[in-house]
Design a protein around this ligand. Structure first.
Ligand SMILES: Nc1ncnc2c1ncn2[C@@H]1O[C@H](COP(=O)(O)OP(=O)(O)O)[C@@H](O)[C@H]1O
Ligand SMILES: [Mg+2]
Length: 482
């Protein structure tokens, strides 16, 4: 829209220049006409003044002649000024001047004759009609120029009218575009205003919503904080209860062990008949049963004590550098006899050179012993138990005890990993156990920053792996160099 305005403005300027040119042409044409009229009158005056003088001989009739002779040079000069660059007009005016001069020359000659007393000769020259003829020619010439000028005047007038019309048109167009521009501007402003109002309305709506939401969130936060407080209190009391339970179990286990030692010791003495024969074989059998039950009770008490100690955080790691191969060999030697009796093969796969471990030897042995005794316990005769050790990709150690025994279902595994959880199967029931071995082993693995991984399939066998983190594997300088 502003571009249209600028264009129209430019055209308007151009039009103004054109109008001015047309105006100038009109002024010049009418001025020329005017001068020519005067010229003709003056020459006419000179002519008729002289004729009056010739007729009357009175000099007062010469006044118009004198006046014409006096004024004509100035008039000629003014006419000259209007010619400008117009070559056609220049030719016409030059001719006019020549004729005018000739006419004036003639008049001067006749007047000179008359004034010198040769009145007849002067009249005779007038009578030749040459003066009249010259005057007629002069008139025709003037009329010709005037006609040309009128034509020029008409053309210029037409041009000016056209130019003025065009100017009017442009002004109208400019006005119209200005009005359009103003209308568009107002519409744009209105639209803008609407949009702003809409945004403000939306904003205040969103603000209202966010205030409501903030309130809601605050309430929610307060509720959650209250809940956290409650949970903390509950956890605190649970922790307290757990500690009390562990302490009770520890002291009770300790108290139970003293009488148990007497039971075990004396039943042993009786069943071995150390102080002489008991007599009836049945009593020896009973003494054996009492000893077995006492041993089981002692195992149970020891396990409970272990677990409650671990739970109470009372077990401390006594770390030392231990050889993996040595650890496995030691643990295996303790169960080898049991395996042989059960008809289960026990195999330690040759492990590649492994770095020594930094760990609590007694506790790791406890884990391995439990895994090995479980494997032998839950593998029927003819089966096989294998121990393997290797470094994993991250540099951690994996010791796996695998068997070809009865295996476990996924739900069995979950049960086996929870304290006192024993799976109720025929073989399980045949074996004595506390159901605490696996949970204790897992807790001990955790204490070393490790984990116990259980894979098992019912009827196929079980693989339990003790995973220890890379930090537990000591990298010796010579091992690294090799
Ligand atoms: N190698 C295994 N094969 C099959 N079942 C197993 C094996 N190891 C453990 N279990 C199951 O998990 C239960 C829990 O084992 P554990 O915690 O060592 O207690 P316990 O040996 O005193 O029964 C066992 O009673 C047995 O049902
Ligand atoms: Mg066990």
């Amino acid at each position: 829209m502003p571009l249209i305005g600028i264009m129209i403005g430019l055209l308007l300027t151009q039009q103004t220049v054109r109008n001015e040119a047309a105006n100038n042409a009109v002024v010049r044409a009418s001025a020329i006409r005017n001068q020519l009229d005067q010229l003709l009158i003056l020459v006419d005056d000179a002519d008729s003044g002289e004729r009056g003088y010739l007729l009357t001989g009175q000099t007062r009739f010469l006044a118009p002649y004198d006046n014409a002779v006096q004024q004509l040079p100035a008039l000629n000069k003014r006419l000259e000024n209007y010619i400008g660059g117009d070559s056609h007009l220049r030719g016409q005016i030059d001719q006019l001047k020549k004729d005018e001069n000739r006419k004036l020359q003639r008049l001067a000659e006749i007047l000179a004759l008359a004034k010198s007393g040769q009145h007849d000769a002067a009249v005779a020259r007038v009578k030749t009609g040459q003066g009249l003829e010259a005057m007629t020619l002069f008139r025709q010439l003037t009329a010709g120029i005037q006609i040309d000028e009128i034509t020029e005047l008409r053309t210029q007038m037409a041009l000016r009218t056209e130019s003025l019309q065009r100017t009017d048109l442009f002004i109208a167009a400019l006005g119209a575009s200005l009005v359009l521009f103003v209308i568009f501007s107002i519409i744009a402003m209105l639209v803008n205003l609407r949009e702003r109002e809409r945004i403000i309305a939306q904003k205040s709506l969103a603000e209202g919503e966010s205030i409501a939401l903030t309130g809601q969130l605050k309430n929610e936060k307060a509720r959650l904080l209250a809940l956290v407080g409650e949970l903390n209190r509950a956890k605190q009391s649970a922790d307290d209860a757990n500690r009390a339970k562990s302490e009770f179990l520890a002291s009770m286990s300790h108290e139970l062990r003293t009488p148990l030692n007497a039971i075990l010791g004396f039943s042993e003495v009786i069943k071995e008949e150390l102080f002489g024969p008991v007599g009836l074989a049945k009593y020896v059998d009973y003494a054996q049963d009492v000893h077995n039950s006492g041993q089981h009770l002692l195992d149970l008490i020891n396990d409970i004590l272990d677990l409650s100690k671990i739970d109470a955080g009372k077990v401390e790691l006594r770390e030392e550098e231990i050889s993996v191969a040595g650890l496995i060999a030691d643990s295996a030697s303790l169960v080898r006899e049991r395996a042989q009796k059960s008809g289960v093969g026990l195999e330690i796969l040759p492990a590649a050179e492994l770095p020594p471990l930094t760990a609590d030897k007694r506790l790791l042995k406890q884990i391995l012993l439990n895994l090995l005794s479980n494997a032998i316990k839950f593998t029927p005769a003819g089966g096989r138990v294998t121990v393997n050790a290797a470094l994993d990709r991250q540099g951690g150690l994996r010791i796996t005890v695998a068997d070809t025994g009865i295996g476990m279902s996924p739900s069995d595994i979950a049960k086996a990993m929870s304290p006192y959880g024993q799976i109720d199967s025929r073989i399980s029931r045949k074996h004595q156990g506390t159901g605490l071995g696996l949970p204790i082993s897992r807790s001990l693995a955790h204490m070393h920053g490790g984990e116990l991984e259980v894979e098992s399939k019912r009827g196929k066998g079980t693989r339990i792996t003790l995973v220890l983190p890379p930090q537990r594997c000591v990298m010796r300088a010579d091992a690294l160099a090799g």
